[in-house]
Design a protein around this ligand. Structure first.
Ligand code: AMP
Length: 196
């Protein structure tokens, strides 16, 4: 089972991705987490992307796509995976389509967490993860980048009939229940689930 969880910054993708990982027994791949670890360890990649991330901008597509492809080679991703924070641009989505085709596998769902704009900034600024990009200026920039570069990715998957929208307001478990319902619905409809 291969899923993408999508939504604006602050929508709760990471939190829900971890619950999906545990419930469906698939590996969670967060590009943001990989980038943060690289920065913490001051690897070559980390040094290259540090200022980009702090400013709320996007890491170049080429770097991101290469990283995801390499990461997905690990055996832990064989039973399936949930991608969180990728793809974030249409060129990334196109590159990922090609990758799936090469691997002869299909995506099962593109889950969109919907949260009203006015709630997002508040949510991010009140979360206490200590992220260096969780300051107001960076958050505004991330939202702008989301609207300009990331949101069009929804249309890309809409064309493939894979989009499942989920109301992202409410308690963590309440939202997770909605997600499970969507994913199970797709399964019972004989929908895109478990295609190899
Ligand atoms: P996230 O943890 O998903 O909110 O990502 C944090 C930051 O990492 C973003 O603001 C970007 O700077 C960078 N990043 C994460 N995923 C991507 C991606 N797919 N493409 C480009 N930059 C990314």
């Amino acid at each position: 089972m291969r899923i993408i969880i999508f939504g604006p910054p602050g929508a709760g993708k990471g939190t829900q991705a971890k619950l999906i990982e545990a419930h469906y027994n698939i590996a969670h791949l967060s590009t943001g987490e990989i980038f943060r670890t690289a920065i913490k360890k001051q690897t070559e990649l980390g040094k290259k992307i540090e200022s980009i991330m702090e400013n709320g901008e996007l890491v170049p597509d080429e770097t991101t796509v290469a990283l995801v492809k390499e990461e997905l080679q690990q055996v832990k991703y064989e039973p399936g995976y949930i991608l969180d924070g990728f793809p974030r641009t249409v060129p990334q989505a196109e590159a990922f389509d090609n990758y799936l085709q090469e691997q002869e596998v299909k995506l099962d769902s593109f889950l969109v967490l919907e949260v009203p704009e006015e709630e997002l900034v508040e949510r991010i600024l009140s979360r206490s993860e200590g992220r260096s990009d969780d300051n107001e200026e960076s958050v505004r920039k991330r939202l702008q980048v989301y609207h300009e570069e990331t949101q069009p990715v929804i249309d890309h998957y809409e064309e493939q009939g894979l989009v499942q929208r989920v109301e992202g307001r409410g308690g963590i478990n309440e939202i997770f229940t909605r997600i499970k319902l969507k994913l199970d619905q797709a399964k019972f409809k004989g929908g895109p689930f478990f295609k190899v």
